[in-house]
Design a protein around this ligand. Structure first.
Ligand code: PGA
Length: 254
């Protein structure tokens, strides 16, 4: 049985002081809850040390993720943060290939592949985002697009490494738009992703991989998505920015 996992992707939101305030408030509200899922936040780089310390001080079970990394260990890459620097900070989870990175920062499939390889070789846990654009869905090309992304992004990753990777299906047209995918479309794509992993690797590997849905997930639709056995969690943007609202969303699931 795959354990559900919900990660709140803060994107470029919250300052350092807001970060500790958020985690403290979240933890206080969480006190009497027994959430049976994995949950956490993907905070901006500058907020990670404060988040890490606050989580440690409060003995919180919150997972801490980064939103991206560079695939080189170190070097002349002005403005970048390497996987090694994150590892040194004991950050295990890293989002890779988010559609905003692909669209605005030229994260090609080849670059995403290099980031994934760097992370799994360091025993870190990537959250790989894949998903089609609106025109591609309208042209009924979504399965083909996602298959291509998976094949290119997962090149050189072996079976054991694959089991540690989390995949987030995020249709680009559903991100930050309030237009979430229908249940049918989300389930059908998550099944397609699992089938593709089975064809690249095998059934046993495919069964182990957790596949999230992301794109306008909120406290009114999260339960329906996650009650489906093919959807193992969610990547939540806007609805994760407020601690009490995010906790309300998590409580909807269990
Ligand atoms: P959203 O973002 O929930 O605001 O649509 C999701 C994401 O980008 O991961």
């Amino acid at each position: 049985m795959r354990k559900k996992i919900i990660i709140g992707n803060w994107k470029m939101n919250h300052t350092i002081s807001e970060t500790s305030k958020y985690i403290k408030e979240f933890n206080k509200l969480l006190k009497n809850e027994n959430l049976k899922l994995d949950f956490g936040i993907a905070a901006p780089f500058v907020c990670l040390p404060e988040a890490k310390q606050t989580i440690k001080d409060l003995k919180s079970k919150m997972i801490l993720s980064a939103q991206d990394c560079h695939f080189e260990k170190a070097g002349a890459f002005t403005g970048c943060i390497s996987y090694e620097q994150l590892k040194d900070m004991a950050i295990k989870y890293v989002i890779v290939g988010h559609s905003e990175r692909r669209a605005m920062f030229n994260d090609t499939d080849e670059i995403v592949n290099k980031k994934l390889l760097a992370l799994v070789n360091s025993k870190m846990i990537p959250i790989l985002c894949v998903g089609e654009a609106l025109e591609e869905r309208e042209a009924k090309q979504q399965n083909k697009v996602v298959t291509n992304q998976l094949k290119k992004n997962l090149k050189g990753i072996d079976k054991e490494q694959m089991k540690s990777i989390i995949i987030a299906y995020e249709p680009v047209w559903a991100i930050g738009t309030g237009k979430s995918a229908t249940m049918e479309d989300a389930v059908s794509m998550c099944k397609h992703i699992r089938k593709t992993i089975a064809s690249i690797y095998d059934d046993e590997t495919a069964k182990k991989v957790r596949i999230q849905y992301g794109g306008s997930v909120n406290d009114t639709n999260v339960k329906a998505y996650l009650s489906n056995e093919d959807i193992d969690g969610a990547l939540v943007g806007g609805a994760s920015l407020d601690a009490s609202k995010f906790l309300k969303l998590l409580k909807e699931v269990y």
